[in-house]
Ligand binder design. Structure first.
Ligand SMILES: [Zn+2]
Length: 262
């Protein structure tokens, strides 16, 4: 993968004059990748979520349908990762700082003339902060603002689909396909925070009552899922599906922006 092969759309690579003259700012979304630097088990680097944002951008922007357009903001690479503290390598910002950073990007790109912001988020812990922040952006600046939907991953076991939430089969397969030299499969294991057959209503995920978990409470290795089941071939297939879904979602944001200007 050539990095970054979306340079022609990367706003920090442009001069002020070029940004001023962009012809499609009224409807082309600015894509903001929000990630994390946090433990991803003993077999993967802590930058997985931040790196995956760049992988999705490279793959999705190469698949944009004709007539679609977008631009790319500098990524927010450190996220709200307080659930993963206690492992070396985890960095975190508070929910207030994450909100302020997303708002700051929106405020400035709005001042430059953009009217649509679309987030590609690769860290689940960011979602409860980003969703209300996008509504604030809509209310404050009148911009369109959305989290682009990630594609469902087919072919997982019911157990993995429910509890493979971190550094498991999916993320490890993506990484094997995108940057396999960074993955040590000899240290990839299967460890779940809970089982579908567990009794009770209070679990870390997928239950009526959710526990506010920290990864050290529910996983000795930091893995939550079956990392040992990951393969590069699965990763290739799932990257293709995910990138195509993101490309379609960007095209949809363009269409909406054209038809109903903000
Ligand atoms: Zn992750």
């Amino acid at each position: 993968m050539n990095f970054p092969d979306y340079r022609g759309r990367y706003l920090p690579a442009m001069t002020p004059g070029r940004i001023r003259a962009l012809p499609d700012k009224a409807w082309a979304p600015v894509i903001l990748a929000t990630g994390a630097i946090e433990q991803h088990g003993p077999h993967m680097p802590v930058a997985v979520d931040a790196l995956m944002g760049q992988v999705w951008l490279c793959l999705a922007l190469a698949r944009l349908p004709a007539g679609a357009s977008c631009y790319v903001a500098p990524p927010i690479t450190i996220g709200k990762s307080n659930e993963h503290t206690g492992f070396p390598g985890t960095l975190m910002i508070s929910r207030d700082t994450l909100r302020s950073q997303v708002l700051a990007v929106a405020r400035q790109v709005h001042a430059w003339g953009f009217r649509s912001l679309a987030v590609i988020n690769t860290h689940g812990g960011n979602v409860p902060v980003i969703v209300p922040t996008l509504r604030e952006i809509r209310a404050l600046y009148g911009m369109r603002a959305a989290i682009l939907p990630s594609a469902p991953v087919p072919g997982l076991s019911a157990q993995e689909a429910a509890f493979g939430i971190h550094a498991g089969e999916v993320e490890t397969s993506w990484m094997l396909a995108a940057a396999g030299q960074l993955v040590d499969m000899s240290r990839a294991v299967c460890e779940y925070p809970a089982r579908l057959t567990d009794p009770g209503e209070v679990r870390p995920v997928s239950s009526p009552a959710l526990q506010a978990w920290a990864s050290r409470d529910v996983s000795g290795t930091g893995i939550m899922g079956d990392a040992a089941a990951a393969t590069a071939e699965k990763g290739e297939r799932w990257l293709e599906l995910g990138a195509s879904a993101y490309a379609l979602a960007i095209a949809e944001a363009c269409r909406t922006g054209r038809e109903q200007p903000a």
